[in-house]
Design a binder for this molecule. Sequence first.
Ligand SMILES: [Zn+2]
Length: 329
Amino acid sequence: MKMKTRLLTGILVLIACQPPTAEPDFDMSALPGSDFEGPAFEFELIVEGIYQARGTGNVAVGSNAAIIINEEDVLLVDSHISPVAAAALIEELGSITDKPVKYVVNTHFHFDHAHGNQIYPDDIEVIGHEFTREMLTNEGSTGRTYAYFLERMAGQAGFLDGQEGLSPTPPNTTLSERMTLFRGDREIRLLFFGRGHTGGDIVVHLPEERLLITGDLLLPGIPFMGDGFPSDWVGTLEELKTLDFDIVVPGHGAPFSDLAKIDHLQSYLTDLWNRTSDAYSQGLTAEQAAEQVDLTDHSSDYPSLRGPGAPLPAIQRMYELLANQESNQ
Ligand SMILES: [Zn+2]
């Protein structure tokens, strides 16, 4: 009930101060999974007009979005895990702004960042890399990575319900290398530096605010690697260092300013790739490698590394890349 009262206030504010806008036109209560209580999100102010939206746990939202409030409109980075999570964000945005959402950026194609896309009407620009469009057009977001997480996340509130009626929707605007939006005083750069966490990760750079929104290309912890390109990823991260920024807003976890985390991930990826390549050439199966490959020398950077072993999807992915490499020789 508390949420409904607050939302009503948000709507009244909208009615009172806003001319008709391009707000998405949906009935949230009609969306599967909308029968949750309390707010879906908490908003952390990072610098003026820029927030990170994080799930409260009342309903699965999957990833953390960034919200950029411009002079006349709002740009969201990532659309969350389901139509209902995306819709909840739009409704709850009323507590921090009355400006309409006009842009949504997909940092990459993964379900937890892009399965909310379908709630946006055509006049909202949903922007992503060409690769992201290709994957969301061709069932890439409901493939093996999705299957892997469906099982693991099934216990999260409203997650499975939220996937009902899903219709993966690709970005309606794409880029291959870069794009810049000028919204009032704000300059928003969308940049692709090469393959990494997927084949089409873009980062959002705000040069004036010295802030970088990284999706899953750079996280405070170790990102999922099941669709990654670990050896390219190291070089892509090197390119990030050419940008001026002090704050990273990641797609999972809280914002951070310890930029040594870029080196930590590069070093982890390099060792993981080399050690997995060794296991592959020694004839170990992916399952054996996932138990034996030892990265514990990175445990001061990643305390979650408590013993030998690496996630099986990461090892399977690297075995796939190594097998391709072999057959191309
Ligand atoms: Zn991802």
